[in-house]
Structures are given as structure tokens and as C-alpha cells.
Design a protein around this ligand. Structure first.
Ligand code: GCU
Length: 740
């Protein structure tokens, strides 16, 4: 086992610097644990985290006390099912001989309305559950304060851990624990990070250094791995795929004795933090690893080979979550080679992992990547739906189809994939990309939570109620226990984990959003800023000192950073490709403008600009893609008058003289938005510069340098895109600005 080459790294939002106390010490200096076995590794790790967090932030070491001598502080109680929550609360307070008054007041804090809405939300999944899922009831907890006692009730170790992180979050945000009263249960059963790490150490689409899982075809496991697990667990991540979906070379060998022992160690470390280890699988592994000379999923020899392999793997790593598979996509092998379906491939593997409680996550990123640009009929956007919809219901219970948020590939603006909710009888999971492949490479600031949030809130109309993407992928709509969200991770071994310090908000935010899909992007931004930047940079706990200056600084940091984050996606969108068309990037690297870079390529990513207009006709007169949605979405997109303008060029080929709703012509909108985008970057830079001395200097410098590059990038985009359309259309800028 290797160690990480980079020896220093930050703790991001778990930096545990001194924080304002707010009376919190009283709730935390003593704690008592009832019900949980302390030998459970997750319990021990949770308490260790509580200890170091409280010590760092409040300067005291929490002390464990026996139940008999507990009078006030933190009481941790195991409760097997949160369904019994109200009666349990009574029992606890009776048992602890609290007065009837207290008991009564606890009950009264939940209005009938609140109770009903919580119960309804949480029972949907169980009532309609089609299958047993190991993830379904994991991780719930309640945190409530009453008369000097903070009560943390959790049903399992994960719930306890999440509850502890919740307490630490409140302290880190400098919020009082007094009056806390929340019931938290993960909205999504699976909340996963997909690392695209290669075993050599590089990361596909990685913008923050090298892998901290692999180097030189060896695995790495050290303190940084633990810190990664702590960070991931602190935001509710419960599954991690450590290797690239493109499984090449050494990565195929991960499922052999060469690596199993080390994988077992990693999985055990992850288990201490409530995380299941997953691996990406090479569908043609039998052929690469000396098995049969075929990967045909219906071939008996192939099945037998996989059966032995899976047994071997699960014997070594009993708590392995399962496998992620990219098949028949961008040159990867898959069932199509043998005339078999995607379901044939997925089900074969799923049946074999089922006895071990394993899951097969099968990606829907299947399209023709050898298209001819002259071909106007084939539409890459249609491919996901066309390839998967007709087999809806054919996938076995422990298969989950993982669907990218848009039908193309993580552009700054795309419609939501019609496959989400299009499938009604198949487990499905949403895939988003925290790695900023097309959104600025973690050089440009682009807070992606507003984008993820938009996707989650999209009404698919797939059911009379509970029909948003958040409903579908949480399992609420169709009663799936195997469901959830995955993000392509944006981390690497850079000292600050994410290249740009501000990109850590996407790591943090993805986890928080996957856990609680109803949080707003703004709430998440605020949490992250408070946790990361508030507090005293030097380790001093002098509570009586004058804090007024710090207070002013803190508010300035909060407001300025929130504004930078919240506007960053729209700014990026303004200076890059207009109105949902996407793809005007430098081919392969995907940073910087190249308007025609993909226009005559095989990738199916065209903007179809000519001297009269731009955009792809995906209506019923064009490729028919709009028809893949349920009504009323299908008609809305199909009609240029009702199509949301930010997606206009995704769905329609539009003349430059077309008037938008605000009265501007399309061409004028292109010019204006590009000029605006660059100005907004300058404003963001001014905002950041105003924080000098108020945020840690190293962080300040790193971000400042990146902003410089972002400004350069934005200018290139503005000028290349504007010149391109000026030359195509011959129509000048109404405001006479410089177009080259
Ligand atoms: C994009 C990306 C690839 C990646 C692929 C995928 O096309 O550029 O690097 O392999 O997505 O999601 O599989």
C-alpha cells in the first residue's frame, strides 16, 4: 500500500478553528451513549470526531458520563425505527424521570401539520416499495434540545455519525444548539461520489492534481484517505466508486487477488464512516483476465467465470457495495457487441451480486460517437432515451440505471434528460458532474448547486403527484428502494482538494443536496462559507475579547462570497455558448472557446450556425427529441413561443433576427450577454479582492490567481463568440462595441 505524495492538505469545512461559543459548551461538555454498542467502529469514529471538533472549535474536551450520573449535556440514544419517534420520546423522558411537563412540551413542539407532512414524505417510499433495499432506512436521526439536554436519537451508526456531524455543523456555523429540533432522514437512499481516477494516478477530467487513491498502479491508503472519508461522510455521502468508469489496463485487475487485500482495507476504513466501496467494472474483464474469449452475457462460460469472480471478490470484501458499469459507450465493451441488450448485460451481473447484497449501477450514457456531421437525422440527445426506454421494467431489482442530468454531456445548460421519470418500472439514479469539465476546469468559479437544484426541481409529469426529478430519483414516485444521486467528483490530491478553493462548495454542496434535496442552493452556500471561513484563524479561545471587528468581517465574507457563488453559474453561461446550445469548446480538453471545434466532428455535438441563424431543430419538424417528454413539457419545448428561452437554441434553429421576450433580437442577446459576462467576472474579482485580509492569505492568493485566468478565458469567449456571429450574420452590435 502506498502513501500520498502530497503531505499537506487542508481540512476544508472540517477545519475546526475556534468559533463563537453561544452557550454551546453546556450541551456538549458531557455526553452519554445509550443503546449503541461502543465496539461498533462507526460509533467510535463518530465520538472521536465529536471530540476533536468540539476541542478545536470550543476548546473543551467532551467527557463521557454514565447514564446514572448524567444530568445535562448530550444524550445519544439508539432508536430502531424513527417511525416510533413520538412514543420513543415519551419513553425516554419517562425513563429518565423527567417531569410530565417536559414530556408534554416536547410533544407539543411538533404541530399536527408538521407531523403529517413528515410522515407522508417518509412513508411514500416504504408503502410503495417494490423491493427490499439495504439503503432504505439508513442514516436517519433526530436532534432536539430540551432543558439543557441535547438529545440525539438515531436508528443506526450512520444516523449517529450524521447527527454528530450535524452538531458540529451548527457549532462551526456559530449557531446556538439551544432550541434545535430537527428530524433528518436522507432523501436519497444512495448518495455517491464517482471518481474518475486512473490507476497510474491521473484523473480523467480532474482539475485538482492527481489521484489520492492510486499511484503507479498501486493503491494508496493513509491519513488523507481517512480525511477524505470524514469529509464525504460529513455531508452524507454513503457510496464511493474509486476508479474511472473507463476501466482500462491495471484497473481491470482490481477484481483480482493483486488488489483485493488492499481494497478490503479501504472498504473497512470507509465502513467506519458509513460509506460503501464500489468499483467500476470492465465488461470485457473475462477476456482480459484469462477467462473465456468472450464477454457475451448469455454465454454459460462467461456467466460461470463471472460467478467465480464475484464470489472471490465478495469473499475478500464482504461489504463491497457493488459495481458501476459503462458499457457500449465511447469505445467501451458491452452487450451490444454480442447482439444482446443492455438489460441482458446488467441483469447477468446483478443476479450474481444479489446474494451478497450487491448492486449493479449501469450507466445510460450510450450513444453513437461516430456520427457524420452531415447527418441531420441522428440526434445524440435522443440516444439515452432511445437506447433504454423500450426495456423499461426488464431490469432486475438490484440494477440501477444511472442517468446524466442532461441528454448530452454536462453542458452549462441542457434540458433535463427525458429518461428521468421516462422510465417508470426501472430503478434510476441521477448523475451530475461536480468536476468542472465543461464549466471552467475549477479555474473559473462555477457554483453548480443551482444547476443541480434546477434539475431536481424539474417536473417530469411522469405521475399525478411526486413527479419532480427529486421525487423520481429518491424512489418516492415509483417506490424504488434502489435510487439516488451520484456526482463525478471534483477532488484530487491538491493541497486544497479541489484546485480552486471555491470549488469545494460543489463537493460540500453535492453531498448536502443529495441528503436533503429541499435545501436551497443559497442555504448550502451559506453553510459552506460559514463552516469554511468563519471563526478565528489563530487558535485562541478568549471568549471575552471584543469580537465586533471579527463580526463585521464575518458578515462581509459571508455576503460577498455568497454573491460570488450564487451568480457564478449565470456569469459562466453568459460568456460561453448561448441559450443552451453548448459545445463551443476546445475539443478534447474542453476549456476555452472554439466555436466550430466540434462542428464537423464525429461526436454528434453541433450548433448548425449559418448566415441566417443558429440552433438545432429538435422539434417534430426536426429530430423529434422534444417528443420524448411527457406533456405538457413536450409541447412546451416543441413550440418556439413557449420554449424556455435559456434552452431556445437547444430545441430550435432560430434566425438571428428573432425577437426574444425582452424585445431584443437573438443576435443582440448574444452580444449583450457576452459583454455582460466579462463585466460580471470583473465584479467578482473586485468582490474577492475586498476580502483580502479577511480570508486566509493562502486561500486568497490561490483564488486570486485563478480569477486572473478566468478573466482571460471570459474575454476569449466573448470575443471569439461575438466575432464568429458577427461574421456569420453580418449584423452589427446596436451599441457599437468592439467586435473583432
Ligand atoms: C464525457 C467525458 C469523458 C467521460 C464520459 C463519461 O464524455 O469527456 O471523459 O469518459 O463523459 O461520462 O463516460
Amino acid at each position: 500500500m502506498e502513501e500520498n505524495a502530497v503531505k499537506n492538505w487542508t481540512q476544508l469545512w472540517l477545519n475546526y478553528i475556534p468559533k463563537k461559543e453561544h452557550g454551546n459548551i453546556d450541551y456538549i461538555k458531557n455526553y452519554c451513549i445509550c443503546g449503541f454498542g461502543k465496539e461498533e467502529s462507526i460509533v467510535g469514529h463518530a465520538m472521536k470526531e465529536l471530540g476533536s471538533g468540539v476541542k478545536g472549535m470550543l476548546g473543551v474536551e467532551p467527557e463521557e458520563v454514565e447514564k446514572s450520573s448524567f444530568t445535562a449535556g448530550l444524550m445519544i440514544v439508539q432508536k430502531l425505527s424513527m417511525k416510533e419517534e413520538y412514543s420513543m420520546k415519551e419513553e425516554y423522558f419517562m425513563e429518565e424521570e423527567h417531569s410530565m411537563d417536559e414530556e408534554h412540551s416536547m410533544e407539543e413542539r411538533y404541530s399536527m401539520e408538521e407531523k403529517h407532512s413528515m410522515e407522508e414524505k417518509y412513508s411514500m417510499r416504504e408503502e410503495h416499495s417494490m423491493e427490499e433495499s439495504p439503503f432504505i432506512n439508513e442514516g436517519e436521526y433526530r436532534l432536539s434540545e430540551e432543558a439543557g439536554t441535547l438529545l440525539l436519537e438515531a436508528s443506526d451508526g450512520s444516523g449517529l455519525l450524521y447527527g454528530v456531524f450535524h452538531i458540529l455543523r451548527l457549532i462551526a456555523m456559530e449557531k446556538p444548539l439551544k432550541g434545535t429540533n430537527v428530524l433528518c432522514r436522507p432523501d436519497n437512499p444512495l448518495r455517491m461520489l464517482n471518481h474518475w481516477d486512473n490507476m497510474k494516478g491521473s484523473i480523467e477530467r480532474g482539475y485538482s492534481g492527481e489521484s489520492f487513491f492510486f499511484n503507479d498502479n498501486k493503491m494508496i491508503l493513509d491519513e488523507r484517505t481517512r480525511d477524505y472519508a470524514r469529509l464525504a461522510a460529513s455531508v452524507g455521502i454513503n457510496g464511493v466508486v474509486i476508479n474511472n468508469v473507463n476501466v482500462n489496463d491495471a484497473a481491470t485487475w482490481l477484481i483480482t487477488p493483486k488488489y483485493l487485500n488492499n481494497l478490503k482495507k479501504l472498504s473497512e476504513l470507509f465502513t467506519c464512516y458509513g460509506i460503501r466501496l464500489f468499483l467500476s467494472l470492465n465488461f470485457a474483464a473475462p477476456m482480459s483476465l484469462g477467462g473465456p474469449d468472450s464477454a457475451d452475457p448469455l454465454d454459460e462460460q462467461v456467466i460461470t467465470w463471472w460467478q467465480q469472480k464475484i464470489t472471490e471478490v465478495y469473499t475478500a470484501i464482504p461489504n463491497l457495495g457493488g459495481f458501476l458499469v459503462k458499457a457500449d459507450s465511447e469505445g467501451r465493451p458491452g452487450p451490444f457487441t454480442y447482439g444482446r441488450t443492455q438489460a441482458d448485460g446488467a441483469n447477468m451481473l446483478a443476479d450474481l451480486v444479489k446474494p451478497y447484497g450487491g448492486v449493479i449501477i449501469w450507466r445510460c450514457f450510450v450513444y453513437n460517437c461516430t456520427q457524420d456531421w452531415r447527418d441531420y437525422k441522428t440526434d445524440r440527445a435522443r440516444a439515452g432515451y432511445d437506447n433504454f426506454i423500450h426495456m423499461d421494467g426488464d431490469y432486475h431489482d438490484n440494477v440501477i440505471l444511472q442517468i446524466k442530468n442532461g441528454p448530452m454531456d454536462f453542458q452549462i445548460r441542457e434540458p433535463v434528460s427525458p429518461l428521468l421519470g421516462g422510465l417508470k418500472k426501472t430503478n434510476q439514479m441521477l448523475e451530475v458532474q461536480a468536476a468542472q469539465e465543461y464549466t471552467g476546469h475549477q479555474i473559473d468559479v462555477c457554483y453548480l448547486i443551482p444547476l443541480f437544484k434546477e434539475v431536481l426541481d424539474f417536473n417530469t409529469y411522469c405521475a399525478p403527484q411526486y413527479s419532480t426529478v427529486a421525487d423520481v430519483i429518491s424512489g418516492r414516485t415509483f417506490g424504488n428502494g434502489y435510487a439516488g444521486m451520484a456526482a463525478v467528483s471534483n477532488t484530487g490530491n491538491d493541497e486544497n482538494w479541489t484546485g480552486n478553493d471555491l470549488a469545494a462548495a460543489n463537493f460540500y454542496g453535492f453531498g448536502r443536496l443529495a441528503f436533503s434535496t429541499s435545501l436551497t442552493a443559497e442555504e448550502i452556500a451559506e453553510e459552506w462559507i460559514r463552516m469554511t471561513f468563519l471563526g478565528r484563524m489563530e487558535a485562541k479561545h478568549a471568549m471575552e475579547e471584543d469580537h465586533s471587528m471579527e463580526e463585521d468581517h464575518a458578515m462581509e465574507v459571508l455576503d460577498t462570497l455568497k454573491q460570488i457563488l450564487m451568480e457564478s453559474r449565470s456569469t459562466y453561461e453568459k460568456y460561453t455558448s448561448p441559450l443552451g446550445i453548448g459545445w463551443m469548446v476546445n475539443p478534447h480538453i474542453h476549456y476555452g472557446p472554439s466555436v466550430d471545434g466540434y462542428e464537423y466532428s464525429r461526436w454528434g455535438t453541433y450548433h448548425r450556425a449559418d448566415h441566417l441563424g443558429v440552433g438545432v431543430d429538435r422539434t417534430d419538424r426536426g429530430t423529434g427529441y422534444a417528443g420524448q417528454y411527457y406533456e405538457p413539457n413536450a409541447s412546451m419545448y416543441n413550440n418556439i413561443d413557449t420554449c424556455p428561452e435559456e434552452l431556445l437554441l437547444f430545441f430550435h434553429h432560430v434566425p438571428y433576427t428573432h425577437r426574444l421576450k425582452n424585445g431584443k433580437t437573438l443576435i443582440q442577446h448574444i452580444y449583450d450577454s457576452h459583454f455582460e459576462g466579462v463585466e460580471e467576472v470583473k465584479e467578482m474579482i473586485a468582490g474577492w479582492e475586498s476580502l483580502k485580509g479577511k480570508v486566509p492569505e493562502d486561500s486568497y492568493v490561490r483564488v486570486r490567481e485563478r480569477f486572473e485566468k478566468q478573466l482571460w478565458n471570459a474575454r476569449e469567449w466573448r470575443d471569439q463568440v461575438n466575432s464568429y456571429f458577427y461574421r456569420k450574420s453580418g449584423i452589427g452590435d446596436e451599441r457599437g462595441r468592439m467586435i473583432y
